[in-house]
Design a protein around this ligand. Sequence first.
Ligand code: KG4
Ligand code: ZN
Length: 338
Amino acid sequence: MRILAIETSCDETALAIVDARGGIKAPSFAVRANLVASQIKEHAPFGGVVPMIAKREHQKSLPLLLAKLRRSHPRLLASADLLAVTVGPGLEPALWTGIEFAKKLGKELRVPVFGANHLRGHLASFLLGPHPSLKNIFPAISLIVSGGHTILMVLQSLTKERKLGETRDDAAGEAFDKIGRFLGLPYPGGPHLEKLAKKGNKNAIAFPRPMLHHKNFDFSFSGLKTAVVYYMHQHPRAPKADVAASFQEAVLEVLVRKTFRAAEAYRARSVIIAGGVAANTALRSAMRKEAQARKLHFLAPKPEYNTDNAAMIAAGAYLDSRRGITRKLVARGSMGIA
Ligand code: KG4
Ligand code: ZN
């Protein structure tokens, strides 16, 4: 099945063509084209994503990306079997832009349009790259860490999964972005903060590890954010690199410890990370190290599939459509993962 996918839930406009085969039991994917137009420059002056600017930029970028795809892959485009478009969660004006575009394109190409769930795209993203045989990875614990979500899941198979916990307030990426802004870094803060943290001492400041000792799999990052702001008011001359490194270390420790506590509780054979924050090299190496020590598989998609993209939307849509899931072509900003 050849899937053309469209993603416009936040500040990246993305189009991809992915060939999928194997069904729900043994899915495998070949990414044939993966285009992303980032709007970071447009939102940066405002320090965050402005929904109406996002909508305008998606409206501009979608036809440009499609034209590019028509030029580079005319045959692939003409032979698509399914058009997948993100219907939620995300910013509704942004989602609607993708949905309306997909409906028109679906008619033109004469292919059915599938309403895809952005979070299930992140969840499926590990399947886009090399990974161990699916026979050997379940049960698996999956951590989705992005700008909008922090969710811990247990997967017994590709069709049997359960949410174990999630953030009660800010998402991990949101905390990176807010602290980044507070430290005077450009938007989005995550990657810039990671860079600054490399120059600092992660043990310089003992920031709180929120909810680390709670016996559940939920997270909370807003208290940590307040602790950093408070610390900076008390110590205005503290080296920013030390603040960044110590903040990052606090977030990472909570993410790693909770993920592996879940791995232990569910006797997992692998740990998967996905979402924009999973592009963080310190998080990836901390997770990999812990997985190796426990003899678990560690699965993380290539960084380009961690941050928002349409290839993952195709993968999630393939699995969902094979399970018989259907969704209305209506934007649902706060759609959950199930
Ligand atoms: O998955 P994503 O592209 O969009 C959402 O679905 O939210 O995630 C974006 C988030 C932003 O908060 C961004 O700052 C964060 O991922 N991020 C990072 C890094 N790269 C992106 N956070 C920490 N370290 C990074 N290297
Ligand atoms: Zn995302």
